[in-house]
Ligand binder design. Structure first.
Ligand code: UD1
Length: 420
């Protein structure tokens, strides 16, 4: 195992290239199960979650060839079972359910279970494919979905916490090969869903309304291979924006798409950051002390839950009291205890975190608990006085391509060491 060491207090300055979006690439890779022809996916980030999905697809019968950022998936899925060993390491693997069912009329996918950010139900995934005609059984920890034929339907996919990204993806991927028309109401509008829909369209699917809460799909008999380039990662973009801001720096994020992060730009501007769209990317300038703000996480285009932890690190050093309300995963606050070890003052009251800005954070030994919480610790470490040691950084490698190298490129003092 490795740990990250950060010597904090350096102002970050320079340019970072934003990689392809993990959360777009994963369902797009799963969608390649829907055809027997070759799919070429470009701008795929080098991440352990991507490697996990490659293993799942290979187990299902596809062959995969990866050359730098390009992934070529070919062959057909002879098998229909995604096993516990792989699915349990990455929740997003549940998104093979829809395409397996669509293509083979049968899918057996290990139940993904909960995780450190709180319970993660899959009722909406099951509701979507059931409405298309699948019979579902939960047996020995597996979701077994079968259908003689899939038939288009009007489906309301809203849950207690709003729309669901991967339930929309699964339903859409099952519906593209169903008979007739499917309408998904309260579908997720996230840019990753739009990217998936665009990939499916390039494979021959007939989809309208992606990026709106009503997606309409007209089933086709067969899909063909396609070439597609994955959109830039908005969570990675936001994380580097906040790395610039928390160090009072000045960074340029090459290939960033400001239209994907409107809510984040709005909040960070309210905090006092200067953010400017330039040709080819986004320039972000922080200042010595940021202003406190109230942040509420919401489905897209609201403030993303995947940037809540990183925003908390920034607000720990703001000049006053901020409030973060988590409306997607109300228990996603595990980073608070580690930030407190670095001198943060945060009180948790149900889904609300009340953050009293402090003058400075101090470096400490902390432990990464999940992907975005780990990023929050990195940001805190960059701003803190002294040395921060972050253990269990395999979480970071799941979702941030070459994080330490990219941060070094803009002036951070950060490196990896073996952890005993
Ligand atoms: C995706 C993202 C994840 C992000 C999340 C919310 C991927 C690979 N992951 O996860 O990084 O944090 O969106 O933006 O894209 N829910 C139900 N029933 C369901 C499914 C979800 O009640 O069947 C609830 C969840 O508990 C949560 C909310 O709906 O409260 C949104 O979750 P969802 O959009 O489904 O998250 P994922 O798609 O799993």
């Amino acid at each position: 195992m490795e740990k990250l060491i950060i010597e904090g207090g350096r102002r970050l300055e320079g340019s970072v290239r934003i990689s392809g979006a993990k959360n777009a690439a994963l369902p797009i890779m799963a969608a390649s199960l829907l055809t027997n022809e070759t799919c070429t996916i470009k701008n795929v980030p080098a991440l352990s979650d991507i490697d996990t999905m490659i293993k799942i697809l290979k187990n299902l019968g596809l062959s995969a060839e990866k050359q730098s950022g390009t992934l070529i998936l070919s062959g057909s899925c002879g098998k229909t079972k995604a096993s516990y060993d792989l699915v349990s390491t990455m929740r997003a693997s549940v998104c093979v359910l829809g395409p397996l069912l669509g293509k083979n009329r049968r899918a057996e996918v290990s139940f993904p279970g909960g995780c450190v950010i709180g319970p993660r139900p899959i009722d909406l995934h099951l509701k979507g494919i059931e409405a298309l005609g699948a019979k579902i059984e939960i047996k020995s920890g597996y979701i077994i979905a079968k259908a003689k034929r899939l038939k288009g339907a009007r489906i309301y996919l809203g849950g207690h916490f709003g729309s669901s990204v991967l339930a929309t993806a699964n339903t859409m991927m099952a519906a593209v090969l169903a008979e007739g028309v499917t309408v998904i109401e309260n579908s997720a509008c996230e840019p990753e869903i739009v990217d998936l829909a665009n990939f499916l369209i390039s494979m021959g699917a007939r989809i309208e309304g992606q990026s709106t809460p009503t997606i309409k799909i007209k089933g086709v008999k067969k899909l063909h291979g396609a070439v597609h380039s994955v959109i830039p990662d908005r969570v990675e973009t936001g994380t580097y924006m906040m790395a610039g801001i928390i160090t009072g720096g000045d960074v340029f994020l090459k290939d960033a798409r400001p239209d994907y992060i409107i809510a984040l730009i709005d909040k960070l501007t309210e905090c006092g950051a200067k953010i400017k769209e330039l040709p080819g990317g986004l320039r972000v300038q922080g200042k010595k002390r940021m202003k406190p703000v109230a942040v509420t996480t919401l489905p897209y285009p609201g403030f993303p839950t995947d940037m809540q932890a990183q925003a908390m690190s920034v607000l720990c050093l703001a000049d006053g009291i901020s409030v973060i309300t988590e409306k997607i995963f109300p228990e996603r606050f595990i980073h608070i205890s580690e930030l407190s070890r670095m001198g943060a003052r945060i009180m948790l009251e149900g889904p609300h975190a009340i953050i009293e800005g402090v003058k400075r954070l101090s470096g400490a030994r902390v432990m990464a608990s999940d992907l975005r919480a780990s990023a929050a610790l990195v940001l805190a470490g960059l701003a803190a006085r002294g040395k921060t040691e972050i253990s269990r950084i395999y979480h970071l490698d799941r979702g941030y391509e070459k994080l330490d190298k990219k941060l070094r490129g803009i002036g951070a003092s950060i490196w990896r060491e073996k952890d005993k």
